[in-house]
Design a protein around this ligand. Structure first.
Ligand code: ARG
Ligand code: ZN
Length: 844
């Protein structure tokens, strides 16, 4: 069944208070609920329907009198009094049999919950919708040492604990944890003097991996006070790490639950990239306390209201903690890798979708990452000061409410007096706009003519022009700035912008800072891009110039058998040896676009991509870069040595990234000699993994791989890396085979989402391996999706994105993929989650 935004209607009843009592038992947990309902004056429909799935109803009462509700697989209905009443039920559930990891489930003997989006209905009967907000009190009876729920602790003793959350909240923010856990504790005093107890709960043995996450939490709390004026509002803030989790983490009020991969870290077991990601996710979940919890969503169509804004806020935080330029480039790399394929394929949907079947399928790169880009556009259009004022108004006006995008836009319209109806198309219209550029120079006036066009997406044939902020700077012949960055507002399909009184024809630097998530179509001469690579004063666009040179040379190599472009090689050589540039930035400059992204670019240009040819061209270009840089690489590698004790900060990790780039290039020249030395000497996971990857690329590293296994066999998170790396590094004709062999490994616990994704996710992103002409990888992934679907539909459905680009490829590959999709679709009792994904991918 499809649900539509336009059908929204409020629930007929309001919840004042809800009390829950849990009697925990692995296979037969009893949940008693007592809920104070009263008629909702804003609603007309008085149908009393409560969601409930996979529950055994033991008893139901209204105002202490037994009632017999009508129960279906989806919930219950009951005749209720006209005025306020108390509703009580007792249900029995089976946490230990819950492999879907939604609702109340067990992971290694620990009870834990995941309720967003619609998991609470697997815990008890309730109006499980975000616009129903209630004050929760929870009592947990169980013989485990740690018993946690939302809010503040009220009482605890032998075998029980009671919690009270004073802030009304929707059911999706409910959480419960019970287990044999240990706490890493600290404190934080808020700006107004509230003393908050902070705890990070982990399994015994993981205590040594908590310190970094705790520091990240304190930094986040401080940052949200300083930058957004947002203070924490409870006496405790608890975080729990769990091994079996479908997503990264969850912002339950006062009790965040994290995938252990998104919080546990130590230098020996985590890479610099892991540390950066953990810091960002801790911040993200913490920031949800205001953008998500205090102000929540009216319905799930408004998901981007909390997610886009919170991703935007966590990106601002990372930019402040680390390097803003590096963070922006990393985010654009990620956007192009994950969101652009979605926006330009059969799964394209608006940032605010208007219909869905399974909401879990809409926790997407479009809702999250494009949703954050849209906030960035808005901030560029109104300016920093109006943005800050509008946010203050948003928090003041909507605290305690369940809101919509309309509410969000209204505060901006009020503060700025600006009509945002055209801007709103960013929320309603799917697809990535393409902006093309025409230049005109008459001796003193320079005119830029920008045109925009957005291709059709499923269900949306016509795309009217939208407002696109295009940041432009003009450079003179020596790289001097003739005009500093100016924000052009493209609002028409085609529009000209004049720059008068220029001494000479400028070189334009367009879409600085990636000021909007668009594809810039511009055929500029190689010399101009080489010039920008050397001189652009905007760090993003300087990187972008190198990126577009790389893209064009590698595609010319793949398609026409061209030789590597010398401007590219010389330009990168110059960047690598330029000690005035941040090492992290230099490492990013030296990277190539992903092979899937390159395939997408060819497809946009009307050429059917050949994955093997793209793979080979990338290999050849890397080899040519190694040759070009031969003489400077040893020095570069030596200069980026970190002698200080390991710290996961921006400075050290930038050096290690550049050292890693040097090592990978050197390995192409020395066959792995240096990499083997580095591996043997490595005392941190970043170096150990970089060296191992270099060895595997060189066709070596078998010994190190088994050493690595012996060293880390008891560390779940490191073993995920061991599984993933082998599949990522496998040569195209071996990838499916390597992945298949790993699924037979004793440690391949496929019901654990992290382990499943380590292997299958790596296979799907090994572009040439996944798209190998044999079709072996398609078949292997399909086999495993069929197997996982009845166990864990959410994690299964998410992996179908591997197939979303299938229409780009040749007829043989399309036929192979279609056959696998049809085979999966024909599986009896396939989950609604997977059914929806296949229908959309197949149909679009
Ligand atoms: N709200 C969580 C976050 O953004 C993600 C929860 C996703 N849950 C789901 N069922 N898809 O941090
Ligand atoms: Zn979020």
């Amino acid at each position: 069944t499809t649900i539509y935004l336009k059908d929204y209607a409020p629930f007929g009843y309001l919840v004042d208070e809800i009390s829950l009592t849990f009697d925990l038992a692995p296979n037969a947990t009893r949940v008693h609920s007592r809920i104070a309902f009263r008629p909702n004056p804003d609603a007309t429909d008085r149908t009393f329907f409560l969601h409930g799935e996979q529950l055994s109803l033991i008893s139901a009462r209204i105002d202490d009198q037994p009632v017999e509700p009508e129960v279906t697989e989806k919930g219950l209905t009951c005749k209720v009094p006209d005025g306020p009443f108390t509703w009580e039920t007792e249900v029995e559930i089976d946490p230990s049999g819950n492999t879907a990891l939604e609702g109340l489930y067990m992971s290694n003997g620990m009870y834990c919950t995941q309720c967003e989006a619609e998991g609470f209905r697997k815990i008890t009967y309730y109006p499980d919708r975000p616009d129903v907000m209630g004050v929760f009190s929870v009592r947990i009876n169980g013989d485990l040492p740690v018993l946690l729920s939302n809010g503040n602790p009220v009482d605890s003793g032998e075998g029980f604990a009671e919690w009270h959350d004073p802030w009304p909240k929707p059911a999706y923010l409910f959480a419960l944890v019970a287990g044999d856990l240990v706490a890493h504790s600290d404190r934080f005093t808020t700006v107004s003097g509230r003393d908050v107890a902070l705890n990070l709960y982990v399994r015994p043995g993981d205590e040594g991996k908590c310190a970094f996450g705790m520091e990240a939490l304190k930094k986040s709390m401080k940052w949200d006070e300083d930058v957004y004026g947002r203070e924490y509002d409870l006496d405790v803030f608890n975080i729990v790490a769990v091994d079996d989790f479908n997503m990264g983490a969850m912002e339950n009020k006062g009790l965040n639950i994290f995938n252990s991969s998104a919080v546990l870290a130590s230098p020996e077991t985590s890479t610099d990239a892991n540390f950066e990601r953990i810091e960002a996710i801790i911040a993200h979940e913490y920031f949800h306390n205001w953008t998500g919890n205090r102000i929540t969503c009216r319905d799930w169509f408004q998901l981007c209201l909390k997610e886009g804004l919170t991703v935007f806020r966590d990106a601002q935080f990372t930019a402040d903690m680390r390097s803003a330029a590096v963070k922006r480039i990393e985010d654009v790399i990620d956007l192009r890798a994950r969101q652009f394929p979605e926006d330009n394929g059969p799964l394209a949907h608006p940032v605010r979708p208007e219909s869905f079947q399974e909401i879990n399928n809409f926790y997407t790169a479009t809702v999250y990452e494009k949703g954050a880009e849209v906030i960035g556009i808005l901030k560029r259009l109104v300016g920093d000061r109006a943005y800050a004022e509008a946010l203050d108004l948003y928090f003041a006006r909507h605290d305690g409410q369940a809101c919509t995008i309309e509410d969000w836009l209204a505060v901006f319209e009020e503060v700025t007096g600006r009509d945002l109806s055209q801007f709103k198309r960013w929320y309603s219209d799917a697809g990535t706009p393409r902006v093309s550029v025409q230049e005109d120079w008459d001796g003193s006036t320079y005119t830029l003519t920008l045109s925009q066009q957005t291709p059709p997406t499923p269900g949306q044939p016509d795309k009217p022009p939208r407002v696109i902020p295009v940041a432009v700077g003009l450079l003179g012949p020596n790289g001097d700035e003739l005009r500093p960055t100016e924000m052009l507002e493209l609002t028409e399909a085609r529009q000209s912008f004049r720059f008068d009184g220029l001494p000479s024809k400028p070189v334009p630097s367009i879409l600085r800072e990636f000021s909007a998530p668009v594809i810039l179509d511009r055929d500029s001469p190689t010399s101009e891009r080489a010039f920008l690579l050397a001189h652009d004063t905007d760090p993003f666009n300087r990187w972008e110039a190198g990126r577009s040179l790389a893209r064009d040379t590698v595609l010319a190599m793949a398609v026409d058998g061209a030789a590597p472009n010398a401007s590219y090689l010389d330009g990168i050589h110059a960047v690598l040896r330029d000690d005035t540039l941040d090492p992290a930035y230099r490492a990013l400059m030296a990277g190539l676009p992903g092979q899937s992204e390159l395939a997408g670019t060819l497809h946009e240009r009307g050429i059917t991509p050949d994955p093997m040819a793209i793979y080979q061209a990338c290999e050849d270009l890397r080899q040519a870069l190694a040759e070009t840089c031969r003489d400077m690489l040893p020095r570069l590698h030596a200069d980026t040595r970190v002698d200080a004790p390991y710290a996961p900060d921006a400075e050290q990790s930038g050096k290690r990234a550049l050292a890693g780039t040097a090592l990978a290039l050197i390995t192409r020249l020395d066959g792995g000699e240096l990499a083997a030395e580095e591996y043997a000497a490595a005392d941190n996971m970043t170096l150990q993994l970089t060296a191992l990857a270099a060895l595997l690329h060189a066709g070596k590293g078998e010994t190190q791989l088994s050493q690595f296994h012996d060293q880390w066999r008891d560390d779940r998170l490191v073993m995920d890396k061991w599984f993933g790396l082998q599949v990522s590094m496998a040569k195209p004709d071996r990838a499916a085979q390597v992945a298949q062999a790993l699924t037979q490994h004793a440690d391949f616990n496929w019901k654990n989402p992290n382990r499943f994704r380590a292997v299958m996710g790596a296979l799907a992103t090994n572009h040439a391996g996944f798209h190998h002409a044999s079709g072996a990888a398609y078949a292997l992934l399909a086999d495993w999706l069929i197997r996982l679907d009845p166990v864990n539909p959410q994690t299964t459905a998410r992996m179908f994105t591997a197939f979303q680009t299938w229409r780009r490829y040749d007829a043989d590959r399309q036929a192979l993929i279609a056959a696998q999709l049809d085979r999966i679709a024909a599986t009896p009792d396939l989950s609604p989650d997977s059914t929806e994904m296949i229908a959309r991918i197949r149909g679009g």
